[in-house]
Design a binder for this molecule. Structure first.
Ligand SMILES: *Cc1c(COP(=O)(O)O)cnc(C)c1O
Length: 403
């Protein structure tokens, strides 16, 4: 079989074999419904409650503040819609940023159609939200601030504790989409004054379709999924016991070696970024240099059409992404790259490479060599690049021009 190099760990991760072993008996041995009364089912209920304890302690929360969901998108939808619903008597103004995941942005757009007023905060060139603008945006009718912990495209980590402080001082609830951060970097809902937090298992070598919403005890949380009495009557549906067990096992594993993984990935990430920057001309590195997910490298290559680059890399056995969640075939460049000030033509030539703890330096060396060949080949076919060379091939400021 052809060699495969998987560098799309922000999209999803490989299920860890140890995690899989923890899930297996939940399918074939303790298959009881945790809501049933007999002792056999209590085994399944025990798995769910043990998992709740592990996940709560991973973020400094209490087990009763963890609600299992079908993933990160559901947790985002639930947090935002539930606060909008439960606090509408207080006000109908919500604050978020321009670089959120679509699970957050599209939920806010939905609320706008329901008559809510939403402020979308700008970010600077590194992708960090403007804290002064945040402070100035809070109004007496503001009920929620939702800012992601770390960005899924460019990897920038937000000053979450500072945002939490601003929210707390203003008496406004603070939700964070921590799907890219959970299990990757330390998070603490007390220290960071987080009231609601979304997380997902499949971004940390756990199973797909399992997530949780943390909601501080004092938050009024209305239901998104109506039905049975699971999750203290707030989220109906028979528990996904294998998924929940797998999520907890993945979290435990991630926590045990978080600092080791962070250190290793950061070293490899910086090696990759510096090689690409030094060896491929007309490259722009996106995202903050240091306040950045340890496993994220993100570039724009001038005179490159991103999709062609991904297809050629795929032929070389490299799984990578443009970093934008836009459906292939769409001509809209990433909303994140536009928000950090990249012009359309540059945003189109983007590449996201996201590492795992399994990634090796040797793999990255292979990727850099393939990338150099690919980019040279595509640029040689580009009339724009030819023009640019004729004009003296000077680096200009246009690649970082603000909107
Ligand atoms: C992957 C992701 C989501 C969605 O999580 P799912 O479990 O796939 O629904 C939400 N937010 C961010 C930042 C993500 O990276």
């Amino acid at each position: 079989m052809k060699r495969l190099i998987y560098l799309d760990n922000a999209a999803t991760t490989r299920l860890d074999p140890e995690v899989f072993l923890k899930m297996q008996p939940c399918f074939t041995e303790f298959y009881g419904n945790p809501s049933s009364i007999y002792q056999f089912a209590q085994k399944s209920a025990g798995v769910v409650e043990e998992a709740r304890e592990e996940l709560a302690s991973a973020i400094g929360a209490k087990p009763q503040e963890i609600y299992f969901t079908g993933g990160g998108s559901e947790a985002d939808n639930w947090a935002i819609k539930a606060v909008a619903e439960a606090y509408k008597e207080k006000g109908r103004h919500l604050i978020t940023s321009k670089i959120e995941h679509h699970a957050v942005l599209h939920t806010f757009e939905y609320l706008q159609r329901q008559g809510y007023d939403v402020t979308y905060l700008d970010v600077n060139e590194d992708g960090i939200v403007d804290l002064e603008q945040l402070r100035a945006s809070v109004r007496p009718d503001t009920i929620l601030i939702s800012i992601m912990a770390a960005n899924n495209e460019i990897g920038t980590i937000q000053p979450i504790a500072k945002i939490g402080e601003i929210a707390r001082e203003a008496g406004v609830l603070f939700h964070t989409d921590a799907v890219q951060a959970f299990g990757h970097i330390p998070l603490d809902v007390e220290e960071m004054k987080i009231d609601l937090l979304s997380a997902s298992a499949h971004k940390i070598h756990g199973p797909k379709g399992a997530g949780f919403l943390y909601a501080r005890k004092s938050v009024k949380l209305s239901s998104l999924i109506h039905g049975g009495a699971q999750e203290r009557g707030k989220r109906a549906g028979t528990h996904n016991v294998p998924g929940i067990a797998g999520f907890a096992a993945a979290s435990k594993r991630a926590r045990e070696k978080m600092f080791e993984t962070m250190e290793k990935e950061t070293r490899l990430r910086d090696y990759l970024i510096s090689r690409v920057e030094e060896e491929i001309p007309f490259t722009i590195v996106n995202g903050h240099r240091t306040s950045r997910l340890p496993n994220n490298a993100h570039f724009c290559f001038r005179f490159i059409e991103g999709e062609s680059m991904l297809i050629l890399l795929d032929e070389a056995g490299i799984c990578a992404s443009s970093g934008s969640a836009c459906t292939s075939g769409s001509l809209d460049p990433s909303h994140v790259l536009l928000a950090i000030g990249r012009p359309h033509e540059i945003a189109h030539g983007s590449l996201r490479l996201t590492l795992s703890e399994q990634t090796t330096k040797e793999e990255l060396d292979f990727v850099v060599e393939e990338l150099k060949k690919t980019i040279e080949r595509l640029r040689n076919m580009s009339p724009l690049y030819e023009d640019f060379l004729k004009k003296g091939a000077k680096e200009d400021a246009s690649c970082i021009a603000k909107k």
